[in-house]
Write a new protein. Structure first.
Ligand code: TYM
Length: 332
């Protein structure tokens, strides 16, 4: 079985629809066909300031949401990044292989540090993508299921894997991104020119999966579309409508062409009302299941302990091989 690996940050509150459709949904599907490793990346989260109690709670909350979304610890290895110390260790090695200019070209860093101000941005934020490289290479992943915004980080991973292999001999699998065309980039409901994200300019454009379903329905019904009335999938000319069609299609398993036909001659109102309903049907059980997992933190923690043990077995082997190839003297 080919191997996949991916990660998600333990954000405050809840995952959003972009996280789910862009990544987590694929994780759930891939655990059936692949040897799958999925983690909550708490070490990445601390590249910006975090309140300790909140970080701990958000890490459990992230795990609960992943389980609610359908990850099954019997079918995949689910763990918390900081439980596997090899991530930080290989991260250092990768830092020593990455050019300063190369890291400086990472667009997510440029965006995030511009928002925070250059003085507030940490060195950790700067080397964030390099830790991500280590995450992926530790597991010899063949594919990495992510959203479009992570493509550049996977490119960096490929470059560093090839560089290391070229210099020290075949050590790492060179991974490919696994990004779906239809859902690789979910857009903000109020501004379909930008991707949906926690840092949206207005909360009305952001669908948090754990929000009150009524509030979510309202956001969908007031989504920004355009001034003509034709329901047609055309991301260039009709980004708002196309975003809604893409979300609708994925959540219901209906082809976009069928949706276009279904709504032919009807206004945007009908499409939005129906999609609002589809969304409510999706988020309502998701919320309930998440809460059930959260209510039982002991089970959650013991499942994470097993996940970390499975992950470590793989990660430790790769790290040992890496140290050896580079000539680090083994401890007797
Ligand atoms: P994070 O936590 O920001 O996001 C988790 C996943 O959600 C995807 N995503 C989206 N997809 C479609 N449309 C959107 N609007 C949207 N917003 C977010 C992201 O692409 C991501 O797949 N750096 C990673 C975490 C990470 C990782 C890794 C991923 C750390 N190590 C190793 C893969 C492999 C991140 O920030 O994800």
């Amino acid at each position: 079985r080919p191997r996949v690996l991916s990660g998600i940050q333990p954000t405050a509150g809840s995952f959003h629809l972009g996280n789910y459709l862009g990544a987590v949904r694929q994780w759930v599907a891939l655990q059936e066909s692949h040897d799958a490793f999925y983690m909550v990346v708490d070490l990445h989260a601390i590249t910006v300031p975090q309140d300790p109690a909140e970080l701990r709670a958000n890490t459990r909350l992230a795990v609960a949401q992943l389980l609610a979304a359908g990850l099954d610890p019997e079918r995949c290895t689910l763990f918390v990044q900081s439980h596997v110390p090899e991530h930080a260790q290989l991260g250092w090695i990768m830092n020593c292989l990455t050019g300063f200019g190369e890291a400086s070209r990472m667009t997510q860093f440029k965006d995030k540090s511009a928002k925070q101000g250059a003085d507030r941005a940490t060195v950790g934020l700067f080397t964030y993508p390099v830790l991500q490289v280590a995450d992926i290479l530790l597991y010899q992943a063949d594919q990495v299921p992510v959203g479009e915004d992570q493509r550049q980080h996977i490119e960096l991973t490929r470059d560093l894997a090839e560089r290391f292999n070229g210099r020290y001999g075949q050590t790492f699998t060179v991974p490919a991104p696994y990004i779906l065309k239809e859902t690789g980039k979910i857009f903000d409901l109020q501004d379909p020119a930008v991707k949906m994200s926690k840092s949206a300019s207005t909360p009305k454009g952001l669908v948090n999966l754990l929000d009150d379903p009524k509030a979510t329905a309202k956001k969908v019904r007031s989504a920004v579309t355009d001034t003509d009335t034709v329901i047609r999938f055309d991301p260039e000319k009709k980004p708002g409508v196309s975003n809604l069609l893409g979300i609708y299609s994925t959540l219901t398993g209906t082809a976009v062409a069928d949706l276009e036909q279904k709504y032919e001659g009807q206004g945007y109102g009908a499409l939005k009302t129906d999609l609002a309903e589809v969304m409510v049907e999706f988020v309502t059980p998701f919320r309930t299941r998440t809460q059930e997992y959260l209510d039982d933190p002991e089970t959650l923690d013991s499942l994470l302990a097993k996940g970390a043990e499975k992950a470590r077995a793989v990660a430790a082997e790769t790290l040992a091989q890496t140290y050896d190839r580079m000539g680090l003297l083994p401890a007797k």
